[in-house]
Design a protein around this ligand. Sequence first.
Ligand SMILES: *Cc1c(COP(=O)(O)O)cnc(C)c1O
Length: 375
Amino acid sequence: MKPKIWLSSPHMSGAEQTYIKEAFDSNWVAPLGPNVNGFESDLQSYLNEDRHVGALASGTSALHLSLIILGVSAGDEVICQSKTFSASANPIVYQGATPIFVDSERDTWNMCPEQLEIAIKDRIAKGKKPKAIIPVHLYGMPYKVDEINKIAKAYNIPIVEDSAESLGSHYKGQNCGTFGDLSILSFNGNKIITTSGGGAIVTRTSEQKEKAIFLATQARDNAPHYLHSHIGYNYRMSNIVAGIGRGQMTILDSHVSKRRSNHEFYINAFKHIDKITFLPEPEGYFSNRWLSCIQLDSYPTREGLRLALDKENIESRPLWKPMHQQPIFKDSPSYLNGVSDELFENGLCLPSGSNLSDIELDRVVSAINTYFASC
Ligand SMILES: *Cc1c(COP(=O)(O)O)cnc(C)c1O
């Protein structure tokens, strides 16, 4: 069996161990300490000095705290992009609120502004104004920020920007992760940088950050004994994990370059197969190309190709299955135009890691060429 080629695997710089060793040497083995503060300030300098960053246990916990800070509670409705990972939507349900799913458009594969406005008008007509909107920069491609912002502003609904897949992407020169009223990042094992598991909330005010950290550390009131007037969570990032994050920040930009060059490589390699198409970068959009995705025609099928790659020990994966198609969300109201269903049906994510070698990339290409030649 040839060695496994992964979709997206962790890629260390080497500097991580220095920060971890420092944490051990100084005995900061706790969910606070110099690496946590350092990682937060590294992220803040990278994104925008006018933002505040709180390091947390995961991107999911950052989404959950964002909804709490915006006052989302039982019986509320929250609009969420349907084409995404379930972690974008689950925290809505943690709060006892109802997710309202909105379909994608074809230019970025993200939340469709027209469907968004239809959804908002219809929810208001049915008696409830949505409490928040969660758009996602899928696979690193920024969503239509201006169009979505304009609608959110017109109806005065806050945005929780899910930037879990888009650290290093930007739109009209502004970094993804700074567009929301609140924004979130993820450092899970397969993301563009990883801390093994981790995430962050990005806020516009220091009060919001303090509130997030307060809730993330069991909501302890200011007293010598344990005193609580709020429900808290154990969502803070560990100082060991934050050390990995500090090391990863030193190579973030080179990871972005490598992922973008993987994407270019695939475009060139499949120029001769007109049944394989890619998502172009619209003017003003810069994607970190976290995952390189292709779209196929109805034949040969996406699933046929996936199985052919699997036989060669190459991992690939269908694009996110939309939330409105998930059994757990089958009763949630959805505003659909067919785009995300079609993308799921025909779309495949190819190996995209920043640590892929030329030999591995060539193996992927020849496996795909062989499959197309056999169809
Ligand atoms: C990974 C991911 C999350 C969740 O982040 P975790 O750190 O794994 O909790 C949320 N949304 C999207 C779009 C993601 O890809």
